[in-house]
Design a protein. Structure first.
Length: 548
């Protein structure tokens, strides 16, 4: 037997040093009294070994030689079978076939067969203790199962600390029930998937039909809208032509009337201007002649008056000279007064000349004013005549104005009627424009929806193609995996039967062999690795009762 121990480093040091510390201290204390014997040494080693085994997890491994020559890669089946029979594994296999054949770990068994439980059981039961939970679960699942061979034990299963053991047929019964549940779930999933795919295809067809119907309706509405728009455009053009023609006619009439009025005003103003021009020329000629005559007469009167005064002065001087010859003294005094008198006379002469000039200017101004008065009277007469003519023209204009007002009232009635017609037509046009804008918005929305639909159709087609390819690839992969799994299941069943036989053969104690050399380990490691790994998984406390 080979013992594998899990020890702490401190405990390993104590073991390697040669046992526990208490025994050594006792030996040292009693060394001078009792002699050390072989039996005492063996007892101490046995105690230390048992104490160390208590702290370890013991697993027993049986080493079987693959061949006598100790060559790697060779297996002598007769020799190995002989070793297994000598070890008692064949009898253990026969016993295990009549007893619990299959075993699974508690966690794996719970996870594998938990799908067979009811919801009430799952709600009530809580997995605090895995062993008790497995006991309740499998007792509930195998209530109606009847064990065929009740010679050894009538139980269908047994739950250990770490594993669950099943009798022959009980595990197959659970697997069959689990297969039914799994197949029903798979069928439900497949049914749901098929219904979803059929619904998806149906909805896709419905969407396609809706899109086609929408496109057809859109085309009809677009044709109707184009027809209405063309009709509205024709109406608007005819109405605009009529309005433009009426406006052109009115403009021509206004232009002709303005030309006639301009020509008439120009003719009247020109005639008045010519009359005023001739009258002004005559007045200016008369005034110039009168002014020249008055100026000449005034100048002649001044000259005559000066001559007359000069003659008078000469007479006065002569008389003065004659009167004052008598006395010389008086003459001298008079000579002293002469310059003063001359200055006074000269000043008076100048003042008289200025006054005469002012009088002449005033007479001229009076003549001008009288002439202007006459001109104003003539102008007043002309203005009276013009006013009379204007009154006559005013009466004529009033008559024409009355005629024009009548025409304007008639035209206003016509224009109001036309405006009403225009308003009705504009309302119709506004309605048509609103319909046009609504149809235009609908067309834009439909164009957007068509673009979106085309993009969605292309996207869905690509997705559909990808999904089809993915489904086909997945189906092929699943078929391949199913085939591989079937082959692996067959192989695993064969290997499980072989391994179960080997486990049962190796479970019988007594087949102890010598430790292998390096060549044997290298050579026989491949054949005995599976046996060693399977032997490590054996639960000795539950598989074979009474075995230590």
């Amino acid at each position: 037997y080979v013992v594998r121990m899990k020890l702490s480093p401190r405990r390993a040091k104590k073991i390697l040093s040669g046992g526990g510390g208490k025994d050594q201290s006792n030996q040292r204390q009693r060394g001078w009294l009792v002699a050390a014997t072989v039996l005492g040494k063996f007892q101490r080693q046995l105690k230390t070994l048992m104490r160390n085994i208590e702290y370890t997890n013991v697993r027993y491994i049986r080493c079987i030689k693959p061949n006598k020559e100790m060559h790697p890669g060779r297996t002598d089946h007769k020799e190995t079978l002989r070793q297994l029979t000598c070890a008692g594994l064949v009898e253990a296999l026969t016993v295990s076939r009549h007893y619990f054949q299959h075993r699974l770990s508690n966690l794996f068994a719970i996870q594998q067969f938990q799908c067979l439980l009811d919801r009430e059981f799952l709600q009530k039961a809580a997995m605090t203790d895995r062993q008790a939970y497995a006991e309740r679960m499998f007792s509930a699942l195998l209530v109606n199962y009847v064990v065929q061979d009740t010679s050894t034990d009538n139980r269908a299963f047994a739950v250990g600390i770490t594993k669950v053991y099943f009798r022959k047929g009980s595990l197959e019964h659970l697997e069959a029930r689990r297969q039914i549940v799994v197949t029903t779930a798979a069928v439900k999933i497949q049914r749901w998937m098929r219904t979803w795919l059929a619904r998806w295809h149906f909805l896709k067809l419905v969407r396609g039909m809706n899109k086609l119907q929408a496109n057809v309706r859109c085309r009809k509405e677009r044709r109707r809208f184009l027809h209405l728009r063309q009709a509205s455009i024709e109406l608007q053009t005819s109405f605009r032509v009529k309005i433009a023609q009426s406006q052109l006619k009115k403009l021509k009439v206004d232009e002709a009337a303005t030309k006639i009025q301009r020509w008439y005003r120009c003719r009247g103003s020109k005639w008045n201007f010519l009359q005023e021009l001739t009258a002004a020329k005559k007045i200016q000629k008369f005034l110039r002649r009168r002014l020249k005559r008055d100026r000449f007469s005034s100048m002649m009167a001044v000259v005559v008056e000066d001559a007359r005064k000069n003659a008078q002065m000469k007479k006065i001087l002569g008389s003065l000279k004659a009167s004052h010859k008598a006395t010389r003294k008086d003459f001298v005094q008079l000579q002293g007064l002469l310059p003063e008198t001359y200055t006074i006379l000269y000043y008076a002469h100048e003042q008289m000349f200025k006054l005469r000039g002012n009088i002449s200017n005033l007479e001229l101004a009076n003549g001008v004013l009288s002439e202007e008065n006459k001109e104003l009277k003539a102008r007043c007469k002309n203005m009276m005549e013009i006013n009379n003519a204007k009154e006559l023209s005013k009466t004529k204009l009033n008559d024409t104005n009355v005629m024009l007002l009548d025409n304007i009232s008639r035209q206003r009635i016509i224009i109001n009627n036309q405006l009403k017609e225009l308003q009705s037509e504009t309302n119709k046009n506004n309605r048509l424009i609103n319909d046009f804008e609504g149809a235009k918005a609908k067309i834009e929305e439909l164009d957007k929806t068509n673009k979106e639909n085309t993009s969605l159709i292309a996207h869905y087609r690509l997705q559909w193609a990808k999904q089809d390819t993915n489904h086909k690839l997945q189906e092929k992969k699943l078929q391949k995996k199913i085939k591989i799994l079937q082959q692996e299941l067959k192989k695993e069943e064969e290997e499980s039967w072989k391994l179960s036989e080997e486990h049962l053969r190796m479970s019988i104690p007594g087949a102890w062999t010598a430790p292998q050399t390096d060549d044997q380990k290298k050579g026989g490691g491949r054949e005995s690795s599976k046996v060693q790994e399977s032997a490590e998984e054996v639960d000795w406390s539950t598989s074979i009762p009474g075995f230590i």
